[in-house]
Design a binder for this molecule. Sequence first.
Ligand SMILES: Cc1cc2nc3c(=O)[nH]c(=O)nc-3n(C[C@H](O)[C@H](O)[C@H](O)COP(=O)(O)OP(=O)(O)OC[C@H]3O[C@@H](n4cnc5c(N)ncnc54)[C@H](O)[C@@H]3O)c2cc1C
Length: 301
Amino acid sequence: MKTLLIGEYREGKLLDSTYELLGFAGQLGAETAMLLVGSDSQLPACGGTLYLADASQCGEYNPDLHKQLILDAVQKENPDYVVFLHSSYGWDLAPRVAAKLRVAQVSEVIGLAEGGFEVGCCNAKMRRTVKPATPKAVITIQAGAFAPQQPGGNPSVQKVTASVMSNVTFTGYEPAEAKDVDLTRAEVIVTAGRGVGKKENVPVIAALAKALGGELGASRPVVDAGWVEHSHQVGTTGQTVSPKLYIACGVSGAIQHLAGMKKSDFIVAINKDKDAPIGEVADVLVVADVLQFVPALTAKL
Ligand SMILES: Cc1cc2nc3c(=O)[nH]c(=O)nc-3n(C[C@H](O)[C@H](O)[C@H](O)COP(=O)(O)OP(=O)(O)OC[C@H]3O[C@@H](n4cnc5c(N)ncnc54)[C@H](O)[C@@H]3O)c2cc1C
């Protein structure tokens, strides 16, 4: 089995998440080749063949040119799977490539399953197995679902260029407007999950954050319900954080949340369910009611 992995490069840097693609291929036991629109000053230690296009010529992002580069590499490699990260780059390019190749696409893969791929459904509360409807397929993998792997060894680099014209000009990235809080710089984050019950209970969590000199974080349902501003959301559709201390209060530990915080140095989870999945990444799991435990802890501090 063979995979063509599509690496990611942003603002002059190879993204670490590129190594998650190698983790996926490793679990699959597949041979790999990679395509990267980047620079030869930062090559992934991916072994195998690396098709390298120059981002300064093709733009760090240009759907026309990048699609063509991927299709050219597919022609050379004839892979079973073309694999993207489920990022904004992958969301945009994967369907273009799948449509052109006339193969199925399986999106947001979180695991391998007998005869197919595991994907989330019902807002990621459940998992189902999807078998691609065609023998070859395009896959996007969920960030954080596959442990990064660095098989090591310098790749054998083949420099490539796009041979098509494009009306798109890449002009650069615009940083999101600075909001009231920058969680990426916080050393301590105390996050309110749906387990806090209602908006009126959020100050209990915010008080612990304040006592620790940290910031308030929130899971997505808490933000969707309007209890906390989106600028505090942690996860794939919020911020990716790695504080020294992360305290998750009433957070179940869905993969989209974990992807945003599991690199924190020390993780404490407070949950009344001793089997909550957050326990798998927590250094300490306190099995308790947040509304009893958190005020008691804040008072001690
Ligand atoms: C495309 C997509 C993107 C997403 N992006 C994000 C994202 O960026 N960030 C994010 O967080 N989610 C995201 N989600 C949603 C994610 O799948 C989960 O639904 C969400 O993380 C669950 O939030 P939660 O843990 O707060 O709530 P729940 O899953 O409802 O968990 C609540 C937890 O609180 C515990 N609990 C309940 N009452 C108490 C109590 N009194 N004391 C202690 N514990 C209690 C329960 O045991 C449970 O474990 C996304 C989903 C999709 C499909």
